[in-house]
Design a protein around this ligand. Structure first.
Ligand SMILES: [Zn+2]
Length: 198
């Protein structure tokens, strides 16, 4: 029920050029462990009933999402994660499901075949940012293994992992943000609409 169009439009109106979006995810792979941060490079959108575009009127735009996250922001954050030894994956695919329910065991096993982490919030935020020519980065904090792992859910563990994750995310944000160049010269995000048609 998140109104992603309103949120991103408000940021654009305020003159925001770059969006860094931390989120909590479940893991679909053994080696993507709770407590690690994934600097995502791909997503698969399996949501069903959201508002996906600002161009639903007379004008139609087809932005490229081949590489849906800002290349320059990814580079800065990967470098800082390495420098501060933050447990992380420099790449990862996020499958976005509609929710609000969690996956069935069969769904979870299927998602495991083509994605690394799972959540409900990334889409369509990332593509809407692209339509507004804003840079967008997602930092996915792994809180637990999804249901495929057949491990009992331990709420205490999840809360502990989330608290540790928050400290790591804060460290990553405070060290990376000052290292982002002021002008956006090295990524394609500011020109996303140039080849998008109409
Ligand atoms: Zn960018």
């Amino acid at each position: 029920m998140v109104n992603s169009r309103a949120n991103l439009w408000a940021l654009k109106e305020l003159g925001v050029e770059r969006v860094i979006s931390p989120c909590a995810v479940g893991s679909l792979q053994e080696e993507f462990r709770p407590g690690q941060i994934v600097i995502l490079d791909q997503f698969i959108d399996l949501t069903k009933k959201r508002e996906y575009t600002f161009y639903d009127g007379a004008r139609t735009m087809h932005v490229s999402t081949a590489d849906p996250f800002c290349s320059e922001l990814r580079e800065v954050f990967v470098k800082e994660a390495k420098r501060h030894k933050v447990p992380h994956h420099k790449e990862g695919t996020y499958v976005c499901i509609e929710g609000p329910r969690f996956s069935t065991r069969a769904e979870s096993r299927m998602f495991k075949a083509f994605a690394d982490v799972i959540g409900m919030t990334l889409c369509p935020e990332a593509q809407l940012a692209r339509e507004l020519e804003m840079c967008y980065l997602s930092l996915a904090m792994i809180t637990d293994y999804d249901v495929w792992a057949e491990r009992p859910v331990d709420v205490g563990m999840i809360l502990k992992t989330m608290a540790e994750n928050m400290d790591r995310i804060k460290l990553l944000l405070t060290s990376s943000i000052p290292r982002i160049p002021e002008l956006r010269k090295r990524c394609e995000c500011p020109r996303a609409l140039e080849s998008a048609g109409a």
